[in-house]
Design a protein around this ligand. Structure first.
Ligand code: GRG
Length: 300
């Protein structure tokens, strides 16, 4: 049944934006046959393997909330998806999570080998900066600001920090605040960055950017709590990746620390905090609201 939220058909929103993002990504990457073909095939393999495109959707919805043109946000939405896909390829490597399935398909290194998978991730990370460098000029947010935004979210204080802390926490009992530290960095940072970039592409004023930051932060934390819940409650087929790995590897998660019911409550509270941040948009953030609700109720 389509979810209609104050006139918004979210399924249609997601379908049309996914199509636009896929088209833009296809045009921005070298064609698969470009020499050396292996690397371009490997980049495209993971990028077009069927991800949910939630980060691009948040970026475009944020641009809409701020009254911007979504086409101006599109290169940035694509840049964030490139970074996200790179992080998944590298996370799946034998040296990291050692996973065989992702997005319902064999992982990049299973198909192309470890060396090419590492390089495909590296190339996607670099592609993100190429996209950002070529985006339109936004008066309040020059290219330097946009590139800094992406670099900081992907760097050793955020995404990489989260991955390092996650690796180091394996098999250990960690306290709640340390788990939050990991979630803020390995998950929330990039969702928040996607949302902020959407606002920046709309040349939003500082008050709106602060609201988008609060929204992205809380939605990002809720996203990871739900991800941990799904790891326990869904099958590998439903998720398109190996389910049950957190328990098997004794990973610190909210379900492991506080149980499933309490984890669901925490995700709902975080989503409420995300909704609260949107008040400033006075009803113009319908797509962001609908996405936050969708992410809370998602089953994959
Ligand atoms: C830089 C190697 C490296 C890792 C950074 C992002 C990350 C840390 C690791 C990837 C695996 C992971 C558990 C990330 C947390 C965020 C998350 C739940 C990603 C999955 O995102 P979805 O569900 O995936 O949006 P799709 O495939 O739908 O795009």
């Amino acid at each position: 049944m389509p979810e209609i939220r104050r006139g918004l058909d979210l399924h249609k929103f997601l379908a049309t934006r996914t199509e636009a993002v896929n088209r833009a990504l296809d045009q921005s990457l070298p064609p698969a046959k470009t020499k050396p073909a292996t690397i371009h095939k490997a980049m495209r393999y993971s990028l077009f393997a069927g991800g949910k495109r939630m980060r691009p959707a948040l970026c475009l919805a944020a641009a809409q909330a701020c009254g911007g043109a979504e086409k101006d946000a599109l290169p940035l939405a694509c840049a964030v998806e490139c970074i996200h896909t790179y992080s998944l390829i590298h996370d799946d490597l034998p040296a990291m999570d050692d996973d065989d399935f992702r997005r319902g398909k064999p992982t990049n290194h299973k198909v192309f080998g470890e060396g090419i998978a590492i390089l495909a991730g590296d190339a996607l990370l670099t592609q993100a900066f190429e996209l950002a460098a070529q985006c339109r000029k936004f008066p309040r947010y020059p290219h330097q600001t946009i590139i800094l935004e992406i670099a900081r979210a992907a760097g050793s204080l955020q995404l990489i920090a989260g991955q390092v802390a996650d690796l180091e926490a394996e098999g250990k009992q960690i306290p709640g605040p340390e788990l939050k530290f990991i979630h803020e960095r390995k998950t929330s940072a990039l969702l928040c960055c996607a949302t902020r970039l959407g606002g920046m592409s709309a040349n939003c004023p500082p008050g709106q950017l602060a609201a988008l930051t609060r929204f992205g932060h809380h939605v990002g934390l809720a996203f990871q709590v739900i991800d941990d819940i799904l790891d326990v409650t869904q099958t590998s087929e439903q998720l398109g990746k190996t389910a049950g790995k957190d328990v098997a590897e004794q990973k610190a998660t909210y379900p492991a620390i506080v149980g499933l019911e309490e984890s669901r409550k925490i995700a709902a509270q975080l989503t409420d905090q995300a909704f609260a941040a949107l008040k400033i948009f006075k009803g113009r953030a319908v797509a962001l609201e609908a996405l936050a609700e969708f992410l809370l109720k998602r089953d994959r």
